[in-house]
Design a protein around this ligand. Structure first.
Ligand SMILES: Cc1cc2nc3c(=O)[nH]c(=O)nc-3n(C[C@H](O)[C@H](O)[C@H](O)COP(=O)(O)OP(=O)(O)OC[C@H]3O[C@@H](n4cnc5c(N)ncnc54)[C@H](O)[C@@H]3O)c2cc1C
Length: 291
């Protein structure tokens, strides 16, 4: 398979890349190429101009600053996975990354590429929803921030304008003592999940759930943060009764069907994975409290 002809551009700065995006018709940026190159080879994507971000060094950075993690769009998934700071302060991100494709794809694939590709089942998209991140977007006309919750507008379609570039993301770090979990079901290890659920749980002094965050992906075009489940968990003793109630609610959510998976099966997975994620996150919160 070969891509349709295109003109290749090799900018070295964000300003140059933005200038190209503003002045070239039907342009697309290239990050790790792990999704875009196959799409071009299959001719699902036929840009006339390909703007390669791989030499724009200012887009690759990774810093924990206080209670947030700042990540450049061109930061490789493998660098996130092996960052000691990410492992320590945001282990749910590391755990999610271990499910993203294969080590070869993670060597090239970037945070920004995954978020902009916006596959409904992508693990990094799920975790961005869980953490409630903010995306930093630039164009020739200026810069703006987009809360991650407002990034998806339709199936694999972001709210980025054609002349805009994702520069980076700020992800709030889970508060200390939070237990985490990332649970997914995929046909084979390394495939996109059919459904995935991540969770963060904090316990109070009595061992009850003080706060809970849950992100479910794979049911629709974007991950959901089920507020009703998060609310209902607060004040509950972590255990089968609370987790079963949460799982039962997740099993009633709307889900899409496709050529491979029925909506009913997705709902079944949501039920199972919500239970597992809550159970593991609570166990880890308990261990963190006892540790
Ligand atoms: C065999 C295989 C298995 C995989 N399995 C999984 C999996 O299990 N889970 C998973 O989540 N992913 C999986 N992937 C996809 C992988 O994670 C990709 O890395 C990711 O989807 C895209 O990231 P990228 O950096 O390669 O972006 P690219 O492929 O270069 O770009 C993807 C899209 O995002 C746009 N884009 C990229 N960067 C920016 C930016 N800064 N601003 C604006 N637009 C931008 C591009 O124009 C393009 O439309 C797999 C890929 C392969 C090849």
């Amino acid at each position: 398979m070969k891509p349709a002809p295109f003109v290749y551009h090799d900018p070295r700065t964000v300003a140059e890349a933005c200038d190209l995006l503003a002045t070239r018709e039907n342009a697309r940026v290239l990050a790790g190429g792990q999704s875009l190159m196959p799409m071009m080879n299959f001719r699902y994507a036929m840009p006339d101009h390909l703007i390669d971000l791989n030499r724009v060094d200012e887009l690759a950075y990774l810093r924990c600053e206080g209670e947030v993690l700042r990540v450049g769009a061109m930061t490789r998934q493998r660098d996130l996975e092996f960052s000691p700071e990410v492992g320590k302060r945001c282990p749910v991100l590391r755990e999610a990354l271990s499910h993203v494709g294969h080590r070869q794809t993670r060597n090239r694939g970037t945070l920004g590429g995954s978020l902009c590709h916006l596959d409904p089942s992508a693990e990094l998209v799920n975790v961005a929803a869980l953490l409630g991140g903010t995306l930093h977007v630039v164009s020739k006309g200026g810069a703006r921030d987009i809360p991650f919750a407002e990034f998806a507008v339709a199936y694999m379609t972001t709210s980025l304008q054609p002349d805009e570039l994702l520069a980076g993301a700020t992800l709030p770090l889970p508060a200390r003592g939070r237990g985490h979990a990332f649970a997914e079901f995929a046909r084979r290890h390394g495939d996109f999940a059919i459904v995935a659920c991540s969770a963060l749980i904090g316990l109070d002094r009595d061992g009850r759930i003080a706060d809970a965050a849950v992100a479910l992906s794979g049911l629709g075009h974007a991950p959901v943060r089920p507020a009703s489940i998060e609310r209902a968990l607060r004040g509950e003793k972590p255990g089968a009764a609370a987790f079963k109630a949460a799982a039962a609610e997740a099993g009633g959510f709307d889900a899409v069907a496709d050529a491979y998976v029925t909506a009913a099966y997705r709902r079944h997975l949501a039920r199972v994975l919500v239970y597992r994620a809550l159970e593991q996150a609570s166990m880890r919160a308990l261990e963190a409290g006892n540790g």
